[in-house]
Design a protein around this ligand. Structure first.
Ligand code: C2E
Ligand code: CA
Ligand code: CA
Length: 759
């Protein structure tokens, strides 16, 4: 609990409230947030005690999460029933309750262990997204210490901010948890499993005990998918997960490593005990029936520290045992032993990859279009490698990496994709590169010098370590114009740490999260949280694996920039177009060669904070030069590369520049009907290179100054004075609806200052 600071004289209530908002938004953790709330509130009104309650799951009880004052221990020890007392009343009625004297109010209850002297008490429900999430309780000692209406109003305004800050801190915590969870089965996902295994191995080593892992694989699972469809396959996997969970102890962990492969982590269990657990698990899987037939499975077992002392190696050993079980006729458990039939020797694997690399005609590449939601046009194409036969491309790449030829194969794929001529103008090429390959010289040599229309998709199927070389390479590629995308987000490979470390320009959300999201609230919530997180880190969102139009719409509602999936187009020979009737679903209308911007409603803490800083900076601006420098910085706030301010004089646009204020270049508006119509109708609009709907003269002007996407926002300064804020991007990446809204808010701030300076 934060000690109470002395009451500070001075700031007006409004100043204090604004300070408080900034302070609360800047706090990262929930505790810090609540500490700041109480601290700031005290600068506005004197009080003795303050408590924040949170509604527990199920909604029947309130749990104290934070307290300041004389009775902290007692308050924190006592849960409150929502049916009782003033606090319960506030929650049930979603209303503030002001109690002038607790001794005179029959509804008041006393917390056990505290005294029952008279106090004044205000209880305000905390509302986030129209849900009551808890209450803010404020107390002042004395029989005539009642809170005035003005004070109650302040507490209520505080409660609004507290609720939002509280909610976003909570969401962040939930997101952390969900990112480690497999959406289909609720088990730990690939990443979650790896992290848990690492913890358990460390813990066992420290305690001098054992830990065993069992890797289980469903036999002939592909047959189920192929004969009965993916829906039936998914149901079988969910049922299998449930059975596995039931077959182990509470302290054991169960994960899904991907596809039809599961993992059990058994702390304190050694060799024979682990094999028994594996057999129990296989028996439990046999209870699941698909069209009358029991699920059959194979299992591999390894134990630390006997078979391996490190988590990755332990998993590899269990995997080798699983391979032996499969090879030995399936439907059995094998324990790791040094003499097991190993996977195909690296030698064989290597020869296969060598042959592939030397194959006549090189690798075959197909391309899948990526839709730009705001325009309905193809923003770019993802290159995907095809190898004849029934192995998936990712299996080939995995094999090549095992055989030490991963970088070579990836380089060959990149070269083949880049060599295909005729890519439609104004589209980017997205290339898959694993972090491991990215740091190799062959891959670097396969990339051209100018990467202005290239997106590097970091595909990651194992943890990538904190590798400085990788950071350097990414920086270098970015310097050469590349954008970096993080692939398969939410699938359990790319964790939040990666997100923060790589700071991707584009976050590709995995199809396991996007598919069916429109009909599944929990999946949608995770999608929402991930994309909010992405926008806070400045990344554009691309949803993958869109198989129906409702999911496409859901993605547009989330303010994603790009979408990709079978409903738009399957991967195909160069250069596939979009299926008719799907592309236009989300596109904005065009007038005079400019895309008219719609409106979205969304906000995020980080942005609000940045906006507050901008407003602060603007309040100090005394001349045009200072305004210009704030203008340049505003671009960053809008995830853009630059911004400029223009005014309209005598039917022409004039640019505010460093040297001569407004005497820079002039653009007669009658040559730019699109811009003119935006000013006349006071709507923002955008021009994107490569967009056939965009006016060629606007595009030419934009490209002349080195940019490929332009957002124009009219500014109205009264008395017949017009201006225009222009925001530029180097990449042809459209501004989403929420980004346009943000630009509107920013333009409003600039308009006020420009109006003041322009005499
Ligand atoms: P990825 O990078 O996530 O690529 C997207 C995969 O999703 C592709 O599978 C694509 O065909 C598939 N897909 C696209 N839309 C849909 C949809 O609506 N529904 C469904 N069910 N699937 C959809 P593909 O081509 O089999 O590639 C699998 C993985 O292999 C890729 O996943 C990528 O990780 C890897 N890969 C493919 N080509 C290359 C390459 O040239 N280099 C590297 N390093 N990896 C590659
Ligand atoms: Ca990809
Ligand atoms: Ca992907």
């Amino acid at each position: 609990v934060i000690p109470s600071p002395p009451v500070q004289p001075g700031p007006s209530p409004l100043d204090a409230l604004l300070d408080a908002a900034a302070g609360i938004l800047a706090a990262d953790s929930l505790r810090e947030t609540l500490g700041r709330i109480s601290e700031h509130l005290r600068t506005l009104l004197p009080y003795d005690d303050l408590t924040v309650y949170e509604i527990e799951a199920g909604g029947r009880t309130l749990r104290p999460v934070f307290a300041v004052g004389a009775w902290i221990d007692e308050v924190m020890a006592d849960r409150i029933d929502v049916e009782r007392g003033i606090t319960g009343w506030s929650v049930r009625n979603r209303r503030t309750r002001n109690v002038p004297n607790t001794l005179l109010d029959p509804d008041c209850t006393t917390i056990p262990g505290t005294d029952d002297e008279a106090e004044a008490f205000v209880c305000v429900p905390l509302l986030a997204h129209d849900r009551v999430v808890g209450t803010l309780n404020v107390y002042r000692s004395g029989a005539d210490a009642a809170f005035t209406d003005a004070e109650v109003g302040l507490v209520e305004r505080f409660a609004t901010m507290a609720a939002l800050a509280y909610d976003s801190a909570r969401q962040r915590d939930t997101l952390r948890e969900q990112v480690a969870t497999d959406g289909l089965t609720g088990l730990l996902n690939h990443r979650g499993s790896q992290e848990r295994l690492r913890q358990e191995v460390e813990r066992a080593a420290a305690a001098g005990t054992h830990v065993s892992v069992v890797v289980l694989d469903l036999d002939h699972f592909k047959l189920i998918n192929d004969s009965y469809g993916h829906g039936e396959g998914d149901r079988a996997l969910a049922a299998a997960a449930l059975k596995l969970r039931e077959s182990v102890r509470e302290a054991d962990a169960v994960g899904r490593l991907g596809g039809e492969e599961f993992l059990l982590i058994l702390p304190g269990v050694a060799g024979a005990g682990a094999a028994e657990a594996a057999e129990r698990a296989r028996g439990a899987l046999g209870d699941v029936r698909v069209h009358g037939r029991p699920l059959e499975s194979s299992a591999g077992v390894a134990t630390a520290p006997d078979d391996a002392t490190d988590a990755a190696e332990l998993l590899e050993r269990a995997d080798a045992a699983l391979y032996a079980a499969k090879h030995g006729g399936r439907r059995q458990t094998r324990r790791y032993a040094a003499n097991l039939t190993a996977r195909p020797s690296t030698g064989d694997e290597r020869r296969e990859i060598d042959a592939l690399l030397r194959a006549h005609g090189g690798l075959q590449i197909v391309f899948q279009p990526i839709l730009e939601l705001a325009t309905g046009r193809i923003g770019g194409f993802e290159a995907l490698t095809r190898v004849p036969g029934d192995r998936r491309p990712d299996q080939w790449f995995a094999q090549a990496h095992r055989a030490g030829l991963g970088a070579e194969l990836e380089a060959a794929a990149l070269g083949a994709a880049l060599a295909v001529p005729g890519r439609p103008a104004g589209t980017f090429l997205a290339l898959n590169v694993s972090p491991h390959a990215l740091v190799s010289d062959v891959v670097l040599a396969a990339l051209p010098e100018d990467l202005g229309d290239v997106v590097i998709e970091l595909t990651e199927h194992e943890l990538f370590s904190a590798d400085e070389l990788l950071d350097e390479r990414l920086e270098m590629l970015r310097d050469r114009g590349a954008r970096v995308a993080l692939d398969d987000a939410g699938a359990g490979y790319a964790g939040l740490q990666q997100l923060i470390r790589v700071a991707p320009d584009i976050l590709k959300i995995d199809r396991s999260l996007v598919g069916g999201a429109h009909a599944d609230p929990s999946r949608f919530a995770l999608l929402e949280a991930l994309s909010a997180f992405a926008s806070q880190t400045g990344a554009a969102v691309c949803g993958e694996g869109i198989e129906d139009l409702s999911d496409l719409q859901a993605l547009a509602d989330l303010d994603a920039t790009y979408a990709q999936g079978f409903v738009l187009a399957r991967p195909g020979p160069p250069w596939p177009s979009l299926l008719e009737a799907t592309a236009d679903v989300t596109a904005a209308r065009v007038r005079h060669g400019v895309r008219l911007a719609g409106a979205a409603t969304s906000g995020s803490g980080a942005w609000t904070r940045a906006l507050a800083t901008l407003a602060d900076d603007l309040s100090d601006v005394a001349d045009m030069a200072a305004l210009l420098s704030v203008g340049h910085r505003a671009a960053r706030l809008l995830d853009a590369d630059d911004a400029s301010l223009l005014r309209v004089v005598d039917g022409a646009l004039e640019l505010l520049t460093d040297e001569h204020e407004f005497e820079g270049s002039r653009w007669p508006l009658d040559l730019y009907p699109g811009t003119l119509s935006l000013l006349e109708t006071r709507t923002p609009g955008q021009v994107i290179a490569g967009d056939p709907a965009s006016d060629p003269s606007e595009i030419a002007e934009m490209e002349r100054i080195g940019f490929r996407a332009l957002l124009m926002v009219p500014m109205w300064m009264g008395e017949g004075r017009w201006g225009l804020m222009e925001v530029y991007r180097r990449h042809a990446q459209a501004f989403t609806a929420a980004e346009v809204d943000r630009a509107r808010v920013v333009a409003l701030q600039f308009a006020a200052v420009l109006g003041r300076l322009w005499r």
